[in-house]
Ligand binder design. Structure first.
Ligand code: ADP
Length: 398
């Protein structure tokens, strides 16, 4: 069965068509600037050339119509008709406390996702627009919602509660939710396979280091803590997000700079992280790495602070699990940066960790990068959120 995986943002839409039985990618692509001038579709059948089409996309329904046309067109299409698409899997950012697992999309589920809009105002409404557009264009096709938050719903109360008046949890559900759950789940399971051990017997720390970044602690196959919180702003220092800070800084900056809460929030989300730390040099870790190699202070400062925070979380989660068997690196930076992996692992000698530099310098595959006698194993596992969504979708449809 072919499964269409949709990841819908406010003005963009990523898609992949995956054969669920063989787990082979059939085609993938991206719609950009939906509802804005200059919208374009990038479409690539597996093994074929990338095609770019600049064409108006007034809304998401228009964008998905173009995607379906590309998938079925005579020349470079990959299926004869839409009947060959057995189901659609939608990535949904926030499932609140309602969704601890993926679920078939019904009217009731749509309503429950809408109820979570408040918790992810930038993401959930866009995800819902994607669902709506697909339902209009493929009315008979079953659809599944796969939540970024679901994997983290196993966290115990002591890990998800904040030190705030308990009534805010009761009234507004203010608590830690965590994100990137599909990736943390996929990578931790894959790590167990690569190590040839039972998932249920392991203590694993996953470092998902991309533009957005988070760490999770997975004990006996269940997430017991993660660094992102009520929103994806908490935790690690990220591309442009601040991560953990003293909450009093908000008021301090608002007074000093004469700014509103919204303006300070904008700074914490878009102008902080390694971008802010590097004095606006770059939020892209490739630029910062180059700057580090050239010995430029702004790059060194940002990268050191970034890596230090990751190391600190690894220490915290080792304590939370009373030990750790494996540490995994994934996502854009985690998969591609031997430098960052070295910087993070530099202070982990107390866990009996030593990196094999030849392995650490390889790219693009599942790898154990610690030395054979390293007590705690260190792995690089390329994440594949789309495949994980296709698997979840297929499992529910079956
Ligand atoms: P997101 O999905 O949050 O946008 P990604 O997982 O795609 O993030 O990661 C993007 C980040 O990974 C960027 O900051 C980019 O600089 C970094 N990255 C990608 N490739 C490399 C590389 N070869 N070396 C260092 N960093 C890289």
């Amino acid at each position: 069965m072919n499964i269409l995986v949709i990841n819908c943002g406010s003005s963009s839409l990523k898609f992949q068509l995956i054969d669920a039985e063989t787990e082979v990618l059939i085609a993938k692509g991206l719609c950009e600037r939906i509802g804005i001038d200059g919208s374009q579709l990038v479409y690539q059948p597996a093994g074929g050339e990338k095609e770019k089409t600049v064409t108006p996309m007034p809304d998401h329904t228009g964008a998905i119509a173009l995607v379906l046309k590309a998938l079925t067109n005579d020349k470079t299409g990959v299926v004869k008709s839409l009947d060959e698409i057995g189901a659609v899997g939608h990535r949904i950012v926030h499932g609140g406390e309602k969704f601890a697992a993926s679920t078939m999309i019904t009217e009731e589920v749509i309503k429950a996702i809408e109820d979570c809009n408040e918790l992810a105002p930038l993401h959930n409404p866009a995800n819902l627009i994607g669902i709506d557009a697909c339902r209009k264009l493929m009315p008979g096709t079953p659809m599944v919602a796969v939540f970024d938050t679901a994997f983290h719903q196993t966290m115990p109360q002591e890990a998800y509660l904040y030190g705030l008046p308990y009534e805010y949890y009761e009234k507004y559900k203010v608590r830690r939710y965590g994100f990137h759950g599909t990736s943390h789940s996929y990578v931790s399971k894959r790590a167990a396979q690569v190590l040839g051990k039972a998932y249920e017997d392991l203590k694993i720390i996953v470092c998902h280091l991309g533009n957005g970044a988070s760490v999770s602690a997975v004990q006996n196959g269940k997430c017991i803590d993660t660094s992102m919180g009520l929103t994806p702003l908490e935790g690690l220092i990220m591309g442009s997000r601040c991560g953990d800070i003293d909450p009093a800084i908000m008021e301090f900056i608002a007074h000093k700079e004469n700014k509103s809460i919204d303006e300070v929030m904008d700074i914490l989300n878009k102008k902080s992280g390694v971008l802010g730390l590097s004095g606006d040099f770059s939020s892209d870790f490739r630029d910062l790495e180059d700057a580090c190699f050239e010995g430029k202070e702004e790059g060194v400062r940002a990268m050191k602070a970034f890596a230090y925070r990751v190391t600190k979380y690894i220490g915290a989660y080792t304590a939370a699990m009373n030990g750790v068997d494996a540490i995994c690196f994934t996502a854009g930076l985690g998969e591609n940066s031997p430098l960052v992996r070295n910087m993070v692992c530099d202070r982990l000698g107390y866990l009996g960790i030593a990196l094999d530099q030849e392995q650490n310098n390889k790219r693009g595959e599942d790898l154990v990068i610690s030395t054979p006698d390293s007590k705690t194993k260190v792995l690089v596992i390329p994440t594949n959120e789309e495949l994980a969504i296709a698997r979840e979708t297929y499992a529910l449809i079956k």
